[in-house]
Design a protein around this ligand. Sequence first.
Ligand SMILES: [Zn+2]
Length: 459
Amino acid sequence: MQDHRKNPRLLGALGKHFPRTHALAAGVASFALALTLFISTPDVEAKRTALEVSLSLPESAVQQIHEQPEAPTTAAAAPPSVMEGLRVVQETVRNGDTLSDLFQRAGISSAEMYQLLSSGQEAKQLARLVPGEELTFQIDGEGSLQSLELHRDRLSKVEFSRDNSNEYKYALHQRDPERYTAFRQAEITNSLFVDGSKAGLSNNLIMEMADIFGSDIDFALDIRKGDKFSVVFDEEFLDGEKIGNGAIQAVTFTNQGKTFSAVRYTDSNGDTNYYTPDGKSMRKAFIRTPVDFARISSHFNPRRLHPIHKTRRPHNGTDYAAPRGTPVYSAGDGRVIKAGYTRANGNYVFIQHGERYITRYLHLNKRNVKRGQRVKQRQVIGTVGATGYATGPHLHYEFLVDGHHRNPATIVRKLPKAKAIPQSEMARFQTQTQPLMAQLERFEQPALAQNADEKDSVN
Ligand SMILES: [Zn+2]
């Protein structure tokens, strides 16, 4: 076999601990590991470290390193020389990297790469690497690959390791984060995103909240100073460190004095959705904001003089001023009945929803759909532009019921709602969701916040 170890250049021996702490269980703490750290020269850039474990380990310790508790086979099969020169090379997938590039940087022959790739269906995922993912190669004294770990993210790791008969064996290791309940509340004095972020909500959570109330509140036009919201959600921790947010569990939003509430519920079929506390689905036939409101910077004044005609004319729709290129969504499921260009409308899309409803989207920069095409609610059908009679980039949005223009800002709330929790499941729904609403209300009561036990989970 070829020796591929000529690549790494020794810069210095550092007395560092092996960083992959999971590989060293407490049981092997007494074995002295002499670790030599190799780092590539700066011209090779990025993260590349090679560690050499140079000593004879008892079989038990070697198994720990390989994380193969069921496999005394690995240690038994490996000749002593392999134990002595087990090398660990870590590579981070960079933009434009192919698997060959990564194997080459790790000093592993393409013959071995192909052996691994043809070892089974699971190996195919190695062909779909994403920049930022990490690969850990374990290479024996002969320069031969003993195991490869693919760290998809902090929660999942895929491992291919050579077994007794020289074949690669596949294992998926997954970790569950610990989840804690968190509560946040904010009053809007500036904007949804500014005040939400001050209260410690991520942009994703704010978007999630806007999605939940997407049929009740027009987050582009309806939000006012003094509006407020509170939300109970999960925070996910791994090894004591926060790694992300789980789903919103319960949320209330008070918009212009009217309060909307929603709870998360997984029904007996396993479908998860948001409902009002009395069991009506939050998902409705139409969303209120057909444009990505997160990008709307200035709000349109519907009482303004028409910028071209300089008169106050009946305005058959709602205008959303937004930067050119902002995504425009279909307000509901439907079918594109017209998509084209006229001098007045510019690029436009008309969508039929069921028998009675039509939505129209004008002045688009780009159209993403064709006549006859079926679209889903929230599907991007085009982007905001200023084509046709428009002085600046905005979406002109119309809503027609039985052929008559209606005010999209008020009609959506009056339309039939999606189905509610069936009576047969109401008891189950209430058992699961009432504690969530109770929790939200308890957190909202400042008087109860002095209860230290309850405050522990609030952050
Ligand atoms: Zn308009």
